[in-house]
Design a protein around this ligand. Structure first.
Ligand code: HEM
Length: 367
């Protein structure tokens, strides 16, 4: 059974090749004292090590008849299924309630308001977040459920998204498709050099606890699926700048052909439209900016008027949230895709570096 080491330089769930399922949950801390927060972080860190090894967080079957099960049990005997649990801290955690102002990384704040979004406060922000990914959905769900349960007097779930299929690719993975039917993750970050340059935080944050960490941006993006499904193929392909079946750039024939943004169409103008998603987002056209995309397809069933309520739970990791902001500013104002999507949820989280060994816990430096 696939398992990923819990201890290491970086938290698992970032460079880990994306697993099939996601449970993303953001929490508000309701505790009022630093020591209560400290206890949550210590308990969670120890429990995460157990869960990612496929072990329960307490007794499923207590010995005494009046004993309440310590673990809720729905993943008993299932194994780890590649589970990773990645913890992040929202900017609001450093607002002064716990005396953590001096641990706030320089420039780490809520994302600025941007075009193309209509954010629901109920799906935005959070003091803490957990990204649970696994190859079995119940294993991921069990992990978050039990972490929330053991901290229920100190944290409250703020928003959560269940992702049912990965919509990004890591090294040596087949590229999956998002709900618009296009291959997603073709030109994602895949090499160690790119991780070092674009994803992992070094000492620039001025905070030792962020070394080896990263910044997670979460965007719940609703898709107008019914409208998209009536759009002709040439328009769909022009929107992305890629073919649908093969996922090839319009300037090439195979998925991994390098897009040529200068190739000219017979009638004039570039073969890959300048306002297509890939032309706007590509590092060649953004001063070298790259981000790691690690998103998932989600559905919440139907909306109030019976349309499909579904889309992309966009998750990206970067060394500086500004990488995302710069790209999204551009996409939000010019991307032809905007006619078919709307950003409805959002969060940015500082993801600390990995724990070196048992006995440590996330945020230990704060107390
Ligand atoms: C590329 C879909 C939102 C950044 C792509 C590709 C697809 C896609 C199909 C081409 C294949 C690939 O290289 O992965 C979507 C959909 C979105 C969405 C359906 C929303 C529902 C975003 C957002 C950002 C972003 C919000 C960042 C702000 C990128 C980047 C690339 C990319 C950097 C790679 C471009 C390249 O280097 O060629 N996306 N995307 N995408 N997307 Fe998105």
């Amino acid at each position: 059974d696939e398992r990923h080491p819990f201890y290491g330089e970086h938290q698992a769930g970032i460079s880990t090749p994306p697993q099939d399922h996601l449970v993303f949950t953001a929490f508000d801390v309701t505790a009022t004292t630093p020591v209560e927060l400290q206890l949550v972080l210590a308990k969670w860190s120890a429990a995460m090590a157990e869960l990612t090894n496929g072990r329960p967080v307490g007794k499923v079957q207590p010995a005494r008849a009046n004993g309440v099960p310590g673990d809720t049990g729905e993943a008993a005997d299932m194994g780890p299924h590649g589970l990773t649990l990645t913890l992040g801290f929202g900017p609001s955690l450093f607002d002064g309630r716990f005396g953590l102002e001096k641990f706030k990384p320089a420039g780490f704040d809520q994302l600025p308001a941007m075009a193309g979004e209509s954010l629901d406060p109920a799906m935005t922000g959070g003091d803490l977040c957990i990204q649970a990914c696994a190859n079995d959905p119940q294993v991921a769900y069990h992990a978050v459920r039990n972490l929330a349960r053991m901290a229920r007097t100190s944290v409250r779930t703020r928003w959560t998204v269940l992702g049912f299929g990965r919509a990004s690719a890591g090294a040596n993975q087949i590229t999956p498709r998002n709900l618009l039917g296009f291959k997603d993750g073709t030109r994602n970050i895949k090499t160690e050099e790119d991780f070092a340059e674009h994803v992992w935080v070094g000492d620039e944050a001025g905070q030792g606890w962020m070394a080896g960490g990263s910044y997670l941006v979460a965007r719940k993006i609703h898709m107008m699926i019914e409208t998209w499904d009536e759009d002709p193929i040439n328009d769909q392909q022009g929107i992305f700048g890629r073919t649908k079946q093969a996922g090839a750039p319009l300037s090439g024939t195979r998925e991994h052909d390098v897009p040529d943004f200068h190739a000219a169409a017979p009638g004039g103008g570039p073969v890959i439209p300048a306002d297509s998603h890939i032309a706007l987002a590509a590092h060649e056209n953004n001063g070298g900016t790259k981000i790691l995309r690690r998103g998932y397809n989600f559905t919440d069933g139907l909306d109030a008027v019976g349309r499909l309520d579904a889309g992309l739970m966009f998750l990206s990791f970067q060394r500086d949230p500004e990488q995302f902001v710069a790209l999204q500013r551009k996409l939000g104002s010019s991307d032809r895709l905007n006619e078919y999507i709307r950003h409805v949820g959002s969060g940015v989280y500082a993801v600390p570096g990995g724990l070196p060994a048992a006995g440590n816990y996330y945020g230990k430096e704060f107390f």
